[in-house]
Design a protein around this ligand. Structure first.
Ligand SMILES: [Fe+2]
Length: 243
């Protein structure tokens, strides 16, 4: 059975929340260099659905999945293989349950950075809504002496869910360090999602150096906060940013 490298949490230029410098096609080029086979682009709150980016990915041998990092009752949830019409502007866990029923196995739901100490992470709510999730994320940002992913691993084991290592890319230096190896028959959405449900997946995790953590905090957190302060009403649209 072949093994495919998947990385299912990326932001690109035009993200409605974060200021990102690279386009979807830059991300795809970078994924090729790092031997990634399947990507999901997941803007904050807005479903990515650019057919041009998908055909560019196809040409490069990459399976590109449309997705979103959606707030569901204030908690961030990765919805993979969705269209804009399927995701309401304001979403409840009841809506998510409905979406799961509607889409069946064609939908993959993952809790990103679930036990990081911010109110937008699922945290304890995972115990209430665990049945709605296929997996939990092993997030990129951690230190040898501080790793909130440990709780995610424990939760996944206790609840029989997959652990997916993702990049949560905000800068291209982040790609290729964390990804998941999925053992499945072919490079297709059905085959990969099924394997993830069956836990035929192995997270590949890179412990970031202090320099990488510093760079991430400066580029993403400090810089982003400054931009938000200066331009509070900035709204992006990933589809307006052509490759
Ligand atoms: Fe994210």
């Amino acid at each position: 059975m072949p093994i495919f490298r998947v990385d299912f949490h990326h932001h690109v230029k035009g993200d409605p929340v974060d200021l990102i410098s690279y386009t979807a096609c830059d991300l795809i080029d970078s994924a090729v260099l790092h031997g990634i086979h399947a990507l999901a682009i997941t803007p904050h709150g807005l479903v990515f659905h650019d057919p041009e980016a998908r055909s560019y990915a196809e040409k490069k041998g990459i399976l590109l999945i449309f997705g979103v990092e959606k707030r569901v009752e204030g908690k961030e949830v990765l919805l993979l293989n969705v269209s804009p019409e399927e995701v309401p502007a304001v979403m409840s866990f009841e809506d998510l349950k409905e979406l799961r029923l509607q889409k069946g196995k064609a939908l993959l739901v993952v809790a990103p950075h679930p036990f990081y100490p911010t109110s937008v992470c699922m945290g304890e709510a995972l115990d209430r809504y665990g049945e709605l999730f296929d997996g939990v994320e092993y997030a990129h940002l951690h230190l040898p002496f501080y790793n909130p992913n440990d709780r995610a691993v424990e939760w996944a084991r206790e609840n029989g869910k997959s652990i997916l290592a993702n990049s949560d890319t905000h800068s291209l230096f982040m790609i290729g360090r964390n990804y998941s190896e999925v053992n499945c028959a072919e490079l297709s959405i059905d085959s990969i999602f099924q394997a993830i449900r069956e836990r035929a997946v192995r997270p590949v995790i890179h412990l970031p150096s202090f320099w990488e953590v510093f760079r991430f905090l400066m580029e993403v957190s400090v810089f982003q906060s400054l931009i938000r302060l200066l331009i509070p009403s900035r709204n992006g649209d990933p589809l307006a940013q052509k490759c």
